[in-house]
Design a protein around this ligand. Structure first.
Ligand code: GH3
Ligand code: MG
Ligand code: MG
Ligand code: MG
Length: 313
């Protein structure tokens, strides 16, 4: 990473190539034709723990937008070959329904320029010369807004795990690191056993409690990098990075033991639940998401056929 840090400005290809290394870091795309400013800002922001992609060529930034997938975009309004407003409009088109905060920066902070920026949909406007302390605070505020919006959009309310919308992008990330670094990952499909009976006997509210407890138990039993997704009503998908099937199985078995020992109470009665799971280790020779989920589903089916309350690979 240190190579990228102190270059004059960023090597976009290298950043795309190494993106998975700074997955947990915020990525800021900074577009300005003033390379001295790029260097100055980049150095300060990176001290703050963000990754800054500093580019002087706006078209290059626009063309690599999807690969970079930044958390915040900062655009200079007055550039040699291109108007920052046009860059904003073009990027906004690419962002579609996704929320990515944008900040316009300019020496010209006339009301007209500011109003035009806001009308085109920018989230903030900061005048040059840049006061770096204030700049950092305002960027941070935008990053927090984005985080809050992402959390609402991608998290299932009942179980507090990711919803289905999060699956495709996470899966693609795992596949790209499988291809690049040859590290396998596993998909586990989990489905509560006889859950319809729980609802029928104790009611939907109790069923909801069981679901929430199920998700909590999965969460407690996993590592921080494992991803839990509510795939359907009482069906969950876990993506386990850098994990082989023979490593995933004992993890799931421990979660199953844990969960099946939790007493639930309803109608002055105590009852227990269990789940079944199918695990599949994704291979670089077959990376299609639908196909791989199908294979995990096949293993889940076997677990159900084998009497439920068990894990199959
Ligand atoms: P199996 O062991 O074969 O999986 O049996 P099952 O009864 O769990 O399977 P089935 O797919 O027939 O039933 C799933 C039930 O899950 C049906 C549906 O009412 C219930 N369900 C789905 N989403 C929710 C939810 O959000 N809350 C509650 N309480 N129930 C839900
Ligand atoms: Mg300029
Ligand atoms: Mg089901
Ligand atoms: Mg079920």
């Amino acid at each position: 990473i240190s190579i990228i840090y102190y270059e004059e400005y960023s090597n976009i290809d290298e950043i795309i190539e190494r993106k998975s290394e700074f997955e947990d870091k915020k990525l800021i795309l900074l577009i300005d034709d003033d390379t001295a400013l790029l260097m100055y800002v980049k150095e300060h922001l990176e001290k703050y723990g963000w990754i800054v992609i500093a580019v002087a060529d706006p078209d290059r930034a626009i063309n690599s937008y999807y690969d970079l997938n930044p958390d915040c975009v900062i655009i200079d309004i007055h550039m040699k070959d291109k108007n920052g407003f046009d860059v904003l409009v073009q990027l906004k088109e690419k962002m579609k329904q996704q929320f990515i905060p944008t900040i316009m920066i300019s020496v010209d902070h006339s009301k007209e320029t500011r109003m035009k920026s806001y009308r085109l949909g920018t989230d903030d406007f900061i005048q040059k010369p840049i006061d770096i302390e204030e700049f950092i605070v305002r960027i941070n505020r935008q990053l927090e807004r984005k985080q809050a919006i992402d959390n609402v959009m991608l998290i299932d309310e009942l179980t507090r795990v990711y919803n289905r919308k999060f699956l495709a992008q996470t899966y693609e990330r795992f596949v790209s690191s499988l291809k690049r670094r040859r590290v396998s990952f596993c998909i586990a499909l989990l489905d509560l056993d006889h859950f319809k009976q729980v609802n029928d006997t104790y009611g939907h509210t109790v069923g909801d409690e069981v679901l929430a407890t199920f998700a909590d138990t999965i969460r407690k039993g996993l590592r921080v990098n494992d991803i839990i997704i509510r795939y359907g009503g009482e069906e969950f998908i876990i993506l386990l990075p850098e994990t082989k099937a023979n490593e995933a199985k004992p993890v799931l078995e421990r979660i199953l033991r844990e969960f099946s020992n939790i007493p639930f109470e309803a109608n002055e009665e105590e009852f227990y639940c269990s789940f079944s799971s199918g695990i599949h280790e994704v291979q670089s020779s077959e990376t299609d998401i639908t196909r791989n989920i199908e294979i995990a589903d096949g293993a889940l089916y076997e677990a159900k056929q084998g009497g439920r309350n068990q894990i199959k690979v």
